[in-house]
Design a protein around this ligand. Structure first.
Ligand SMILES: [Zn+2]
Ligand SMILES: [Zn+2]
Length: 524
């Protein structure tokens, strides 16, 4: 006894070389698309490409895509997605459907998610689907075990799409289709993400966060209310550490607000995005925070932004990374020093790339009609940083009524045992240079997609061989996909359905421990 668990990252791995490579992958996709669009007019596409192009301009084309879906989409989705979708297209005037759903990309996404199953790189799609289902179904099986009622909206893991490159990762949450009778949600990542698994950290936020948070009516408003109430408490408190929270903040020229009051509104309005980040960490562990930092930094050209429109639903970049750090610090199932080392590493990233916020504070603005900015408020960095501690703690450890008085971190958290598996996975990727082993770990812990993804993210940061690490991680995710009975049409909703309840812990080892007599008789 006495082995150590060590944090695998220090923050220095997020260097400009890695960020530059990631940025090229992100940009590459958009550049390629622009080039494609230009070439489309003067150059005939060859027949093969024509076949794979998505056409749903007419009702007949639409129906033929849906019929194809019955062979390409796993059976569990037929009743909840293909049947009602077919009925919708058959029943209504197709032009009306196009008008109602076409404008907001939804129709394109619905057809794409069927069409891509027969035309796109299936390995990456299956790896994506397996990761999504692990985060979603893992949550469901955990709430089942904690005796919490099933979510109000859907019990099937979201379907996946490789979406429009310029849209970034996004989700159509569980409640979008309820009026159309579609009991599914959709998760999209840009196609370029196939070449860089660190960017898949987005799935933790989209599925582990948005999809789950919205599947329970009342959870999000409750989260917002509790966060607001907790922050307001500090408005007049005499606590020494709270001086920063009592400082006045000028908003639109008024100076009658304390930072605590401002922050209460600020976080409440951004609760969906904020809680989704927290869930990402609880689902994928510390790797999720580093993945988020990588996505933000490569998109923003290596600088964390300190100015955002006042209406923006996301918190400021540096606060999101600090939130990840504070959530990690509070994970009670993971070794204290390891938590702190990971959290320190993320704070290092903020110091390195977030100097504008640290020196100048945060700006909220509104665009004026001549393209200028109207500055609504500048909020001090230190005070906002203090509020993150409260927000991280409240979101992860408050027992919510909508979760039958359980906390998010009780339902899902990152443990030492998860971290030990990830260390083995990182080792396979970095030292053996091969797809990580998916055999159970030293504690008989099962390798899930979340472990492979977390390992992939960390390995990629450590050696920067983005394509090789991504390819090997995807290969192992595909193996999990192939072993998952759900995709073969086996009627389980989620992995909790096939859960072995052991009578005696360590049964196998206890038998082994009875000495060599048994095994010798076996051999004879
Ligand atoms: Zn206080
Ligand atoms: Zn989001």
């Amino acid at each position: 006894m006495g082995d150590k668990i060590n944090a695998l990252l220090t923050g220095e791995e997020l260097d400009l070389v890695l960020l530059d490579k990631s940025r090229k992958i992100l940009r590459g996709d958009i550049d390629e698309k622009e080039k494609d669009d230009k070439e489309k007019d003067d150059k005939e596409k060859d027949d093969k490409e024509k076949v794979s192009e998505l056409h749903y301009e007419t009702k007949d084309q639409a129906l033929s895509i849906i019929y194809d879906g019955y062979t390409s989409i796993p059976k569990i989705y037929h009743e909840v997605f293909l049947d009602p979708f077919k009925k919708l297209v058959q029943t209504y005037d197709y032009a009306l459907i196009q008008k109602a759903l076409g404008e907001q990309l939804l129709l394109y996404d619905l057809f794409s998610c069927i069409h891509q199953r027969s035309t796109q790189d299936l390995d990456a799609s299956h790896a994506f689907e397996e990761t999504v289902s692990d985060l979603y179904d893992g949550y469901l099986s955990n709430i089942e075990r904690s005796g919490i009622k099933a979510p109000d909206y859907q019990a099937f893991s979201p379907l996946v799409i490789w979406g429009k490159p310029e849209a970034g990762p996004y989700t159509w949450p569980a409640n979008f289709g309820s009026k159309l009778d579609l009991q599914i949600s959709l998760v999209s990542m840009p196609p370029a993400y196939k070449r860089n698994v660190a960017l898949w950290a987005a799935i933790g936020h989209e599925v582990g966060g948005h999809d789950i948070l919205r599947a329970d009516i009342g959870l999000l408003p409750e989260l917002g209310n509790v966060v607001e109430a907790k922050l307001i408490e500090h408005k007049n408190c005499k606590h020494k550490n709270c001086t920063k929270l009592r400082e006045p903040v000028a908003i639109n020229g008024r100076k009658d607000y304390s930072l605590a009051e401002f922050a209460a509104q600020y976080w409440r309005h951004r609760i969906d995005e904020t809680a989704s980040d927290v869930c990402g960490i609880l689902n994928l562990g510390p790797a999720s925070g580093f993945g988020l930092a990588l996505i933000l930094l490569s998109l923003r050209k290596y600088k964390l932004h300190n100015s955002l429109p006042a209406q923006e639903a996301h918190p400021f970049d540096p606060l999101r990374i600090i939130l990840a750090a504070d959530v990690i610090r509070g994970i009670r199932a993971l070794d204290f020093q390891t938590c702190n080392a990971y959290a320190d590493a993320l704070e290092y990233v903020v110091r390195k790339y977030g100097s504008e916020a640290i020196n100048e504070g945060f700006n909220l603005y509104t665009m004026t009609k001549n393209g200028d900015y109207y500055l609504e408020a500048t909020i001090p960095y230190e005070g906002m940083r203090e509020t993150v501690k409260i927000v991280a703690d409240v979101i992860s450890s408050t027992r919510f009524k909508s979760l039958e008085y359980h906390s998010l971190s009780e339902i899902n958290t990152w443990t030492n045992s998860d971290e030990i598996l990830v260390q083995r996975i990182v080792n396979d990727l970095l030292i053996k240079n091969e797809p990580p082993d998916i055999q159970t770990g030293p504690d008989d812990q099962i390798v899930y997609a979340a472990h492979l993804l977390a390992g992939g993210i960390i390995a990629l940061m450590k050696n920067g061989e983005i394509e090789a690490v991504s390819e090997n991680t995807i290969k192992s995710l595909v193996k999990l996909y192939e072993n998952n009975p759900v995709w073969k049409g086996f009627p389980t909703h989620f992995r909790g359905d096939v859960y072995l309840h052991s009578l005696v812990p360590g049964y196998k080892d206890s038998i082994k421990g009875q000495g060599p007599v048994d095994s010798r008789t076996d051999e004879r």
